[in-house]
Design a protein around this ligand. Sequence first.
Ligand SMILES: Cc1ncc(COP(=O)(O)O)c(C=O)c1O
Length: 426
Amino acid sequence: MSQNTDFVPFAKPSLGLEEENAVLEVLRSGWLTTGKIAKAFEEEFAAFVGARAALAVNSATSGLHLALEALGVGPGDLVVTSPYTFTSTASVARHLGAEVAFCDIGADDYNIDPDKLEALLERSPQVKAVIAVHVGGLPCRMAELIAICTRRGIALVEDAAHAFPSKIPAPVLASVGKAEADGTFAGTLGAIGVYSFYATKTITTGEGGMIVCEDEKLVRRMAMMRSHGFDRDAFDRYTSKTASWYYEVAEAGFKYNLPDLLAAIGREQLKKASRFLEERRNIARAYDEAFGPGSPAEELLELPPHGAGPFRAAHSWHLYSLRLRGPIAGRRDEFFERLMQKGVGASVHFIPLHIMPYFSRRYGLAPSSFPEAYGKYLRTISLPIWHGMSDTEVERVRLAVLETAAELAACTPRPRTRSGFGGGEA
Ligand SMILES: Cc1ncc(COP(=O)(O)O)c(C=O)c1O
């Protein structure tokens, strides 16, 4: 539990003596960059999620780039993802000369809609890969996505930047034969899965990420492209006991490795991941109780999607994204400002990519091109949810949200201010 401060930030990492000592050990070891600590982190992460191989990288963005490169994505190809995501999910396709085709999200969550995906694939034969984003940590409808992509021979990549550790319950995956008795980790189901350890994520290394993959050939390609296209990595090159000065550059690769300094933090965070999840679940529960059925603000606030049926247990609760409704539906920006004035940090996930100047211009998209994504964006606000939040801080957020909702409902509705890029009505 952290100390109560005046301002409750939107996100805050939870780092202890364990992380400090692990970093000190690396500092004193004489080996700072990628070496045996990064290797150990990879092995421990792979064991945690039940993956055959894991590759540590310096960000999820790098991981997604490596994933598409290994899958052979290039000029003339289309990569499908939803506009309800962070820019790197889509920009990595552009880095490889491929084009992006957006597919709208579903009515019940913030994730790509399998039915709309099927219709899009029907009319787009050039699609090489689909990137499914588990927004906020609630897994996509993976069984349907796997079936659709397998039928068409399209690679399915999981952007699991938010989804560690989200577990998909067995009944949901029975039809695709990937069910584990106590759930399967989101990120381990597609051809390649990529997690983020950015500073606000569910475990962090400051900057960092992890790729998981079952296919040895893809793993070898990504490992090589992660390190300049070398035929061996720097760790071998400098510490191997055998003659090791020689290497060959097999491809024009990238520099996407995770140094031991950061991997040391990741190993300690990984040990705490299950406890962190439990804490975030408790916060989500406390928010649900305050804003859900029976709450004075029930008519004004819509709880984040939890997933139906067995999916309810799957969430990593990286984000707790409420939606405003009723008379306050169009007043998200004011809601945000008032929360900040009350000492509560908040954020908006996501400003959809199709209204970002780059993507909107390149593909001729209007806000209405993806009505679910745009409509949800206008009403959504993400609240603080981080392990280490004290009960007092959770209570402050609950009260600030309830007060703000009541204040806005009490004053005469005014036309809403233009919001971000594009504006529009809820
Ligand atoms: C959905 C999603 N994908 C990818 C990324 C990129 O992660 P990173 O900052 O580790 O590159 C983010 C970052 O926030 C994200 O939210």
